[in-house]
Every structure is written in structure tokens, then in C-alpha cells.
Design a protein around this ligand. Structure first.
Ligand SMILES: C[S@@+](CC[C@H](N)C(=O)[O-])C[C@H]1O[C@@H](n2cnc3c(N)ncnc32)[C@H](O)[C@@H]1O
Length: 193
């Protein structure tokens, strides 16, 4: 069923997580025995469903603002009988009521509007356990550089914002961040002891 969901998503150009990044995160979930996950950016529920297949995972809260994506995610989660594990919250992650969420997540996965990653990080990181992990996807953004001559102004501005976010992470005294450069790039941050 999940492979069918992936196939349909790719056919419809839904930007789902790349295999290399997914494998990397699944290894972290297994190694750290992650139980509770908060995801920003559900799309059709593909990454949530993949994470939920790990035995340790008991609860995933995931946020999506696009109504069509939200409805498809709900339907896909039902098809996989994961309604008891995955809760899809409809709304803009920068506006949803924070008190509707737990405050003891093991993992925060940020995979929504790429220009807003810092805002999502700052808004949701307080909901993590002290030893929780924050993973941000697409920090390489398809390998596009702001120096590429053939990109639009909008794309250049987006790439600039992602680069500024990466710089902010590297200079952040509160977190130690490592970067995984396969797939579309992941930033993995943990709070400094
Ligand atoms: C890259 S896709 C998520 C892919 C999904 N995590 C996966 O790998 O299967 C990003 C999704 O984030 C949603 N999104 C973007 N900005 C958002 C926001 N501020 N609040 C909630 N959802 C947002 C988009 O509508 C889109 O469906």
C-alpha cells in the first residue's frame, strides 16, 4: 500500500521525501527508539506512514495547510489502518494552536515551506523532550546555488533564505547540528548538553 501511495505521489509531482533521507531518518528512529513524532508538512502522508512502520513509534502528529493534501493524507492513513497512530492537523503550522500538541516529542521533522524553516524550528522546538532531535529536510534544495545564472528571482530568494537558515543553525549556541548531504540534504540538530 505505501509503495502505491509513493507511486501516485510521484506521478502527481507531490514533493515527498527522498529514499536516502527516509532511510537515514528511519535508522535514527530505530537507534533512538523514537516514540513520538511531530511533523510539519504532511503532504499526502507518505513520510508519516513510513515513520509509523517502525515498531517504537506510537504517535505522530503532522500538520498540513493544503486542503487537498490534507484530505488525501487522511484517506491514505485510513487505507493503511494507521488512524490510531497518525493525527493530521489541518492548518498553517505558524498559526495552529500550540496547546493542541504534546510537549514531549522525541523527534521534530520539518518538511514544509522551505523559506520558513527557522520559524517552524523556533515555534516547535520547545515541544521536544530535552534530548529530542530536530530534522529539517531539503537543506541542499536540489543542489541549486544562488550563483546559478539561470534561476528565477523567486528561486534565488528561496535558496538565499535556505542558506541563511543553514548559517543560523551552524552558529546556534543552543543546538549542535550535523548535516547529511545525500538525497536533498538533512540538518539534524540536538540540544547542547
Ligand atoms: C515537501 S511536502 C511534505 C512531504 C511529506 N513530508 C513527505 O515526505 O511525504 C511539504 C508540504 O508542506 C505543506 N506546507 C507548507 N507550508 C506549510 C505551513 N506553513 N503549514 C502547514 N503545511 C505547510 C505543503 O502544503 C506541502 O504539502
Amino acid at each position: 500500500m505505501i509503495s502505491k501511495i509513493k507511486e501516485v505521489a510521484l506521478r502527481n509531482n507531490v514533493p515527498i521525501i527522498q529514499d536516502a533521507s527516509l532511510n537515514y531518518i528511519n535508522n535514527i528512529i530505530k537507534e533512538k527508539k523514537v516514540k513520538k513524532i511531530l511533523e510539519v508538512g504532511t503532504a499526502v502522508g507518505y513520510s508519516s506512514l513510513c515513520f509509523s512502520m517502525n515498531d517504537s513509534v506510537v504517535c505522530i502528529d503532522t500538520i498540513e495547510r493544503n486542503p487537498e493534501m490534507y484530505n488525501e493524507a487522511i484517506s491514505n492513513i485510513k487505507k493503511c489502518n494507521k488512524e490510531n497512530t497518525i493525527n493530521v492537523h489541518f492548518g498553517d503550522a505558524l498559526e495552529v494552536e500550540i496547546s493542541n500538541f504534546s510537549s514531549d516529542y522525541d523527534l521534530l521533522f520539518i518538511d514544509a515551506a522551505k523559506a520558513q524553516s527557522r520559524k517552524f524550528f523556533e515555534r516547535f522546538s520547545p515541544l521536544l523532550k530535552p534530548d529530542g532531535i530536530i530534522i529539517v529536510d531539503n537543506i541542499l534544495f536540489h543542489g541549486i546555488s544562488i550563483n546559478d545564472e539561470n534561476i528565477s528571482r523567486n528561486l534565488r530568494s528561496l535558496v538565499r533564505k535556505i542558506n541563511e537558515f543553514v548559517k543560523w543553525l551552524k552558529e546556534n549556541d543552543e543546538y549542535v547540528t550535523t548535516f547529511f548531504e545525500e538525497g536533498d540534504g538533512l540538518a539534524i540538530s540536538v540540544r547542547r548538553c
